[in-house]
Design a protein around this ligand. Structure first.
Ligand code: 5AD
Ligand code: SF4
Length: 502
């Protein structure tokens, strides 16, 4: 399979982004190399999302267009993985005759063999369940961190979901909840730290439910798991790891120990993305979320007492079946009372096989649209107010790459996960010398609803001061030199990562 180049198109959540990284590593191990773009690729893998209807339709539209891509060069291969693949399985092969292989969310390791089969003209679909720990043992990185790589990494700690919220398709696309042995997680994080990774994000559909089944059965020791807060404590002690994040926790499993971890653990970031979905207890019950708005506020109160500057973000759904104007107003009110610094909000989308899809009492599309817009206006104003409150503060930015605005600006994230655009010297050769992976101390000087604007504290890096050469060399000495200038990495992820693509 040597000489072949691959590209991966990724939709959906961070778990999908991380799965694409695993597939990329498997393909590299099989001798392929990452293409600089799809035009150059011989193999294209689409990693799909089915959380909402729109995300699923995206795949059908992509596949339609890929007929021409495939015809342009003989021998090209198209594979589809992820949540839609898991759901639709081999029916995708019958519907799209130019599709070569389909792999489910538990079958990443089969990709190289499926590709080999496809090259010999065999089409296949693998969507079986894998309940073993072996699922976690995938090579996710090359031994040497390539230059120009962002120094942050995802680490899977648990997968699957047993919650069955009535709107959500995830339990059927990701399967049952399974936690990875702590010793494996620690070993991976140590290895990442040795490679120069500064920031890790622990991933799981309900990440703070980590180990709960083992703990409840009294079998944590046998399974090698432990309560989530304890796992965080272990990882916090690993030298070299400067920032620890986790996503997404579920309010039901948000316990005192986790709140305490935010008080005690040095490297745990002061940001929690805690999806609430609705501000109405009646709707929360219909959603089968198993907490109340009062409980949600109690968690936030605990977190703020533990870590006064903690930034809270959330996910919200509008137009859930039966949602009235007063239910919706409770969600609007929650945004204010909870002081959400940001949120992702979605119109409810019925998903096949879920409880809510059978409920009836649909909210008309124009009503959902109107609610979504009102919610987003509220959030945008609140996010701007939060950003404005940060002006004048000093913080540390981990640089991701050039800013989307271009010019002499870099972009990164602060500990609160806010996007920070950083003005640097205009003579800095940004296109060749991007100091990806540097932690830069800055002062916040401006705010927009989407980002903060900052200046480096180091006078030599500031826009209008210092000698002409030393700005570049100082940044360079603090960072690995970037050789990647197109802002897109090997799994097709934009340099400034959005939390969600769809
Ligand atoms: N419709 C709309 N939004 C949904 N989400 C999950 N399922 C649906 C659905 N059927 C949202 C939730 C979740 C986020 C990842 O996507 O807010 O937290
Ligand atoms: Fe979906 Fe609920 Fe599980 Fe989250 S907790 S993945 S919303 S079923």
């Amino acid at each position: 399979m040597e000489d072949r180049r691959f590209a991966i198109r990724t939709y959906g959540c961070q778990m999908n982004v991380h799965d694409s990284e695993k597939v990329a590593s498997l393909l590299e191990d099989a001798g392929l190399t990452a293409a600089t773009g799809e035009a150059e690729a011989d193999v294209l893998v689409i990693n799909t999302c089915s959380i909402r209807d729109k995300a699923e339709h995206q795949l059908y539209s992509d596949l339609g267009k890929l007929r021409d891509w495939k015809a342009e060069k003989p021998g090209r291969i198209v594979g589809v993985g992820g949540c839609v693949a898991q759901q639709v399985g081999d029916r995708l092969l019958s519907r799209f005759d130019h599709l070569d292989f389909v792999f489910g969310t538990h079958n990443l390791r089969r990709v190289p063999a499926m590709l080999e089969g496809a090259l010999e003209g065999r089409r296949a679909a693998w969507v079986g369940e894998d309940k073993s720990q072996a699922r976690f043992d995938l090579p996710t990185r090359r031994p040497e961190l390539p230059t120009g790589t962002r120094r942050k990494a995802f680490v899977t700690v648990m997968e699957g979901c047993d919650m069955f919220c009535s709107f959500c398709i995830v339990p059927s696309t990701r399967g049952r909840e399974i936690s990875r042995a702590a010793i494996e997680i620690e070993a991976e994080v140590r290895q990442l730290a040795d490679q120069g990774i500064l920031e890790i994000t622990l991933l799981g559909q309900t990440v703070n439910a980590y180990g709960r089944h083992d703990v409840r059965r009294g079998n944590a020791a046998g399974a090698g798991t432990m309560p989530f807060a304890e796992l965080l404590g272990r990882l916090d002690a690993i030298p070299g790891i400067e920032r620890i994040r986790y996503t997404s926790p579920h309010p039901l499993f948000y316990d005192e120990a986790l709140i305490r971890a935010h008080r005690e653990l040095e490297h745990l970031c002061p940001h929690v993305h805690l999806p609430v979905q609705s501000g109405s207890n009646r709707i929360l019950e219909q959603m089968r979320r198993r907490y109340s708005r009062e409980r949600y506020f109690e968690i936030l109160e605990g977190l703020r007492a533990a870590r006064p500057n903690v930034a809270i973000t959330s996910d919200l759904i509008v137009g859930f079946p039966g949602e009235t104007e007063s239910d919706f107003e409770l969600t609007l009110d929650l945004v204010r009372v909870a002081g959400l610094v940001d949120s992702f909000s979605f119109k409810y989308s019925p998903r096949p096989g879920t409880g809510a899809a059978e409920m009836g009492a649909e909210v008309p599309a124009e009503v959902s649209q109107d609610r979504l817009e009102r919610l987003q206006v509220r959030q945008k104003n609140q996010t701007l107010a939060y950003h404005e409150s940060r002006v004048g503060q000093e913080t540390l930015v981990l640089i991701d790459g050039p800013s989307r605005r271009g010019g002499h600006q870099l972009a990164g994230r602060d500990p609160h996960l806010r996007v920070v655009n950083l003005d640097v010297r205009s003579n800095l050769p940004i296109s060749q010398d991007i100091p990806v992976g540097t932690l830069v101390p800055v002062r916040i000087v401006g705010a927009t609803p989407h980002s903060l604007l900052a200046e480096p504290l180091d006078p030599a890096l500031r826009p209008e001061s210092g000698g002409p050469e030393n700005a570049g060399s100082r940044l360079k000495s603090a960072a690995r030199q970037a050789d990647e200038t197109d802002g897109v990495d090997r799994v097709g992820r934009a340099a400034e990562d959005a939390l969600r693509v769809i």
